[in-house]
Design a protein around this ligand. Structure first.
Ligand code: GUN
Length: 295
């Protein structure tokens, strides 16, 4: 079976068109310009390119965006003070602190300092708790993007066997939780595999929907999946440099092999990545509407 390639680039573009209309309406009817600040500490090239892409996307939608880059040695107290400044800035609806942070900064201290009403990453414990309870909140952007990809690609999740590989706070834990809830793109039977899982391949072979978020290039191979599986590849692994100096990326899934057995599969790049940024924009618009009591 040749798989249907799920283009996150195309789905994200369609959602951004919807958001553009929503932002224009907010601005024209209500005088509201949603605002996002991204804060980057240090010069990690991957983080720099993610943050640049987030600001570019905001700008294209008519969202006000500010970008702050701090020296890698910035003390934690200074970063906390900056977060507090933006907590109190009415022009800013969403605050994003790019992860990972340098080792001397306690990530939890910073994430917990963000006002939950401006936590467009959905990483604050208040939003994580609400998500687990199935209440209205900011959903973390990558899992939110995966749900949208599944819905818009017509993948049936109700009653499906979903296997998630990877237990990170950003992807594995939240997507596993969301997909077992009574909600759109939910009602699945979910297995969460991790580094201590015995016989990972046996679990993966049961999956109707396989979500790989481990950060190991091409770890999921064709012999580990069943015919007709829907595959979502969250991995973005830099495996080399092209002759033009661009990073060569690989997912967590051996795309060439697995696509011969899958019913549908996301590519890397052009799969989950563009969705993550777009869901950040969606959360920023949601934050602006909440601040104006419009939802
Ligand atoms: N680093 C990698 N992914 C993310 C993300 O979704 N949000 C933030 N803030 N940092 C990240």
């Amino acid at each position: 079976m040749a798989a249907n390639i799920i283009s996150g680039t195309e789905v994200a573009k369609a959602i951004r068109e919807e958001l553009k209309v929503e932002v224009a309406e907010l601005t024209e009817k209500h005088g509201i310009v949603p605002g996002l600040v991204t804060i980057l500490v240090g010069e990690d090239p991957a983080s720099q390119s993610y943050v640049a892409a987030k600001n570019k996307s905001a700008h294209a939608l008519g969202i006000h965006s500010e970008q702050v880059t701090l020296d890698v040695d910035t003390p934690e107290a200074d970063l906390l003070a900056l977060v507090e400044k933006y907590n109190n800035d009415p022009k800013i609806n969403g605050i994003l602190v790019q992860l990972p942070l340098p080792k001397h900064i306690n990530e939890a201290n910073v994430l917990y300092a963000i006002n939950p009403d401006k936590d467009v990453d959905g990483f604050h414990p208040v939003n994580v708790g609400k998500m687990v309870l199935g209440e209205q909140c900011f959903l973390p952007c990558t899992p939110h993007g995966i749900l949208e990809l599944l819905v818009r690609s017509g993948v049936e999740t109700s009653g499906a066997e979903v296997v998630v590989v990877g237990r990170s706070n950003i992807v594995g834990k939240p997507i596993a939780n969301l997909m077992l809830q009574k909600r759109e793109a939910g009602n699945a039977t979910v297995t969460l595999c991790h580094t201590r899982t015995k016989d990972m391949a046996a679990h993966c072979r049961r999956a109707d929907i396989l979500i790989a978020a481990v950060g190991v290039p091409k770890m999921i191979t064709a012999d580990m999946v069943k015919d007709g599986v829907a595959v979502i590849d969250v991995g973005v692994n830099r495996i080399g440099m092209s002759s033009t100096g661009k990073a060569i990326l690989a997912g967590d899934v051996d795309f060439e092999g697995v696509k011969e057995k899958a019913s549908c599969i996301t590519p890397v790049p052009g799969g989950v990545g563009p969705m993550t940024i777009t869901m950040l924009m969606k959360n920023t618009v949601q934050a602006a509407k909440m601040a104006a009591n419009l939802i």
